[in-house]
Ligand binder design. Structure first.
Ligand SMILES: [Zn+2]
Length: 282
């Protein structure tokens, strides 16, 4: 091979790697830690919020270690922030056995590569969203150790999570159903990984609505875990309003997250929003 061709190849590879490299993180009010940092808090015996003001990240505690849900942004300071929040609630990040990434959008997965340098855990996501991460981050996309499929279960110690693929927000949006405990009393929680449609395709919208209708009929869902702070109906408070209620809760008071009727209303609202978004084509 001639020297000239070698040089050309080097340039071509350089350009190619630039084209697929991780785009530099931009700072916006939504991911600026000086604006978005929040004190983490315990919601249930086995569930903790460790996210930021706008987007959630949660830890499920089991008898055999921790499961982290979503990994926040990749801006400077996020790895230390997330690990610090997990320590603040009294948990050890080194006990994380699994990390579930519910969406291939940057605010949910981009913190993963840096996290992977620190913790020894298995990272999972849906195939469609694994592809989405590679499309946007190329070789800097997180390592994915296992692919989540609809109907899978993940068991760690005493805890089993039911995993569902609920497309619409992304092609492989993952949602979870799992038990939470309030002073030992068990409730079933549902955590929708992307309760809005980011597509112009009516077929995607129809699938999304059909999924929500299906979720509405799952028996005994009493708790909704929100992926963003504001995924509640107006008038019922957002994540941090609920956290304030929880902090002031007196013995005998209901748990502010145990509101099955609000979850149903939330799901109805999600359907309504998609119908408004798509109009007559549905
Ligand atoms: Zn998203």
């Amino acid at each position: 091979m001639s020297r000239l061709l070698n040089a050309t190849l080097v340039v071509w590879f350089a350009l190619t790697s630039v084209a697929v490299a991780q785009p530099p993180p931009s700072l916006t009010p939504l991911n600026d830690l000086s604006v978005m940092a929040r004190e983490p808090f315990q919601i249930f015996d086995n569930l903790y919020f460790v996210g930021i003001g706008e987007v959630g990240s949660y830890v499920i505690e089991t008898s055999e270690g921790l499961i982290l849900i979503d990994t926040l942004w990749d801006n400077e300071g996020y790895t230390d922030y997330l690990l610090g929040n997990i320590r603040k609630v009294g948990l050890d990040p080194m006990d994380i056995e699994y990390v579930l990434i519910l969406q291939g959008h940057r605010d949910h997965f981009a913190g993963a590569p840096a996290l992977q340098k620190v913790i020894d855990a298995q990272f999972g996501t849906a195939e469609e969203d694994r592809k989405l991460m590679v499309e946007s981050f190329g070789e800097y996309a997180p390592r994915i150790d296992f692919i989540i499929e609809h109907g899978d279960t993940l068991t760690l110690g005493d805890t089993t999570i039911n995993l569902e693929i609920t497309p619409g927000h992304t092609p492989g949006t993952t949602s979870l159903q799992f038990p939470v405990y309030d002073n030992g009393v068990e409730y079933q929680a549902y955590f929708h990984g992307g309760p809005s449609v980011r597509s112009d395709d009516p077929a995607v919208a129809r699938q999304f609505i059909a999924d929500i209708e299906r979720i509405k009929k799952i028996p005994n869902l009493q708790v909704h875990i929100g992926i963003h702070f504001d995924t509640y109906l107006s008038g019922t408070g957002d994540l941090f309003d609920r956290a304030a209620l929880l902090a002031e809760r007196q013995p005998g008071d209901p748990h502010p997250w145990v509101r099955p009727e609000e979850f149903q209303a939330f799901l109805d609202d999600r359907i309504q929003r998609v119908r408004e978004q798509f109009g007559d084509v549905l």
